[in-house]
Design a protein around this ligand. Structure first.
Ligand SMILES: Nc1ncnc2c1ncn2[C@@H]1O[C@H](COP(=O)(O)OP(=O)(O)O)[C@@H](O)[C@H]1O
Ligand SMILES: [Mg+2]
Length: 230
């Protein structure tokens, strides 16, 4: 058995921070685990990421954007996620297909059934076992991102390498767009409540990490630790 866990939420909600902390925690106690991200995670997918996130690409059509995210996802699933799950390991992914529904569907107004069809092609139907939603007001997330960006630009202490600062084409969209995305996530959670865990993200980082670890704990019995007899 294996375990596939994804992190979703608005920009600056703490996904990358918490995904890394969970990764370090699982690795420290001997679980076979990898951490990856979307779009990206493989050589090809990271190249697609650069195209799709580039602030200069203002002319990108919504269909192009959707297909590029899906192409990056297809490569990540086939090259990394499926093979690793096949070995019985744990895959942590910073964003996954739910982001396509939230951002391109609810955010940009693309047809959800069409997105479902494209996503099924890209993933072969692979769905996470568990998805964390880091729930933070949109304004607060954007504030955190701006703050981190300023800190990085001033090269001030407090910016950690584990959370690289990136201000991309999607972050730069207006507040109404980000609010549609947040409402979209709420809708996705309503449709599939058993898969999602909502984590109120306006709490200190270690407290959130503890809550997340406690949600994961019951599922760990599916996965053998390294060196453990099966
Ligand atoms: N619980 C928290 N409280 C305050 N700041 C946080 C918290 N979690 C993360 N941050 C900071 O907010 C910024 C965005 O966090 P990050 O994990 O990169 O979010 P995301 O990956 O969801 O965009 C970073 O500078 C990070 O250090
Ligand atoms: Mg991030």
């Amino acid at each position: 058995m294996s375990l596939f866990i994804t992190f979703e939420g608005s920009e600056g909600s703490g996904k990358s921070t918490q995904a890394r902390l969970l990764y370090e925690r699982l690795q420290a106690v001997g679980y076979p685990v990898i951490l990856t991200r979307e779009p990206g995670g493989t050589r090809i997918s990271e190249l697609i990421r650069r195209i799709v996130m580039d602030l200069r690409h203002t002319e990108m059509a919504p269909t192009t954007e959707t297909l590029l995210f899906s192409a990056a996802r297809a490569q990540l699933v086939s090259e990394l996620i499926r093979p690793y799950l096949g070995t019985g390991g744990i895959v942590l992914c910073d964003r996954y297909a739910d982001s396509t529904f939230a951002y391109q569907g609810y955010g940009l107004g693309r047809d959800l059934e069409e997105l479902q069809a494209i996503t099924t092609v890209a993933t072969g139907g692979l769905q996470p076992d568990l998805t964390f939603y880091l729930d933070l007001p949109v304004e607060e997330g954007l504030r955190r991102k701006h703050l981190a960006k300023e800190r990085a630009e001033q090269n001030a202490p407090g910016t950690t390498l584990s959370t690289p600062v990136e201000w991309n084409r999607l972050d730069a969209r207006d507040l109404a767009y980000h609010q549609r995305v947040a409402a979209g996530f709420a809708d996705l959670i309503r449709k599939e409540p058993q898969r999602w865990r909502i984590i109120p993200a306006e709490q200190p980082i270690p407290i959130l990490a503890e809550q997340i670890a406690q949600e994961v704990a019951p599922l760990l019995k599916r996965v053998a630790r390294l060196g453990e007899a099966l």
